[in-house]
Ligand binder design. Structure first.
Ligand code: ZN
Length: 299
């Protein structure tokens, strides 16, 4: 992911340190601890940049998690600045009663240019992989009343050399094009992307290009739990895996926290480690995504 235009914004840092919202005992919350545990196991596999044996370990991990689900492995060859690179998206389908699909996605690989610094992407790729695995646990083994939910784990989100339209988001560009050709895109009611939202100091920006009505539903979902202050206090434009879908007319949102550590110092550095992400942030994310899905179903 890349910020084309980082807006100068007044950060009200005090907001992040005030008391947690009231958690009603009656209110069912998402299992953020489980999401964190999945992220921990996944990140413990080590760096997982494309072409690295660690990437194969990450693939095997995902394959095992979805052994009894409708898993599709979408393999393709990306043309990159270092030549052709084999890549693999994972798509897991949970059928619903309503015709139509909600896609919830993340990227799972780590950054190739950072391969020499031991970059493990605990937040960047790891946290949201854990989040989607815990969401899968909620969806598995029941018939969903609403739309089908497809979880997508993209490969090749990061640039291989330097971020550009042709050197980035390989997995999402490949899948959006493929689903455009075979008609699948027409079934997708909403495309939700989660990126870097395991951050302990959660402040999710409103991504400028995201579809307005989806932004409104996410805001509404956050409000239900008293999470308003974690969402959309600032706005910026971010290039990410949602753009290939947005460009093809699929309503899409990037739920992203692009403010990671003091002056963003943990982003794309060796500082992106498990101690920087929290159960609480993943609980907030899970609550809001599950509620957003409910709201899309009712729409
Ligand atoms: Zn990244």
């Amino acid at each position: 992911m890349f910020t084309a235009l980082r807006r100068a914004v007044l950060r009200l840092l005090v907001l992040a340190s005030v008391a947690a919202p009231q958690v009603s005992l009656a209110q069912q919350h998402f299992n953020g601890a489980k999401a964190l545990e999945y992220a921990r196991q996944f990140v413990a596999l080590g760096p997982r940049w494309p072409t690295n044996p660690g990437h194969l370990k990450a693939e095997e991990f995902l394959r095992k998690q979805f052994l009894h689900d409708q898993l599709e492995e979408d393999t393709f060859t990306a043309n990159t600045p270092i030549g052709p690179v084999a890549m693999r998206n994972f798509i897991v389908r949970f059928p619903g009663k309503k015709p139509g699909v909600i896609v919830l996605s993340t990227h799972y690989e780590t950054n190739y240019p950072l391969r020499n610094i031991g970059f493990v992407g605990a937040n960047d790729g790891g946290s949201t992989t854990g989040l989607l695995l815990a969401i899968a646990d909620q969806l598995r083994g029941k018939t969903l009343d609403g739309y089908s939910i497809w979880l997508v784990f993209f490969d090749g989100e990061e640039a291989i050399q330097t971020w550009s339209q042709s050197d980035s988001t390989y997995g999402s560009r490949h899948l959006a094009a493929k689903w455009g050709r075979d008609g699948t895109l027409g079934k997708i009611k909403a495309f939700l992307l989660a990126d870097m939202i395991g951050d302990k100091d959660l402040d999710i920006q409103r991504e400028s290009q995201s579809t307005d009505w989806l932004v409104d539903l996410v805001r509404q979902a956050a409000h239900k739990f008293g999470y308003d202050r974690y969402f959309f206090q600032t706005e910026e434009s971010v290039e990410d895996d949602h753009l290939a879908f947005l460009a093809r007319g699929v309503p899409s949102i990037d739920v992203i926290d692009l403010d990671y550590g003091p002056h963003n110092s943990y982003h794309h550095t060796a500082q992106d480690t498990m101690d920087k992400i929290s159960v609480r942030s993943l609980t907030i994310d899970g609550d809001v995504f599950m509620e957003t899905i409910r709201l899309i179903d009712q729409r």
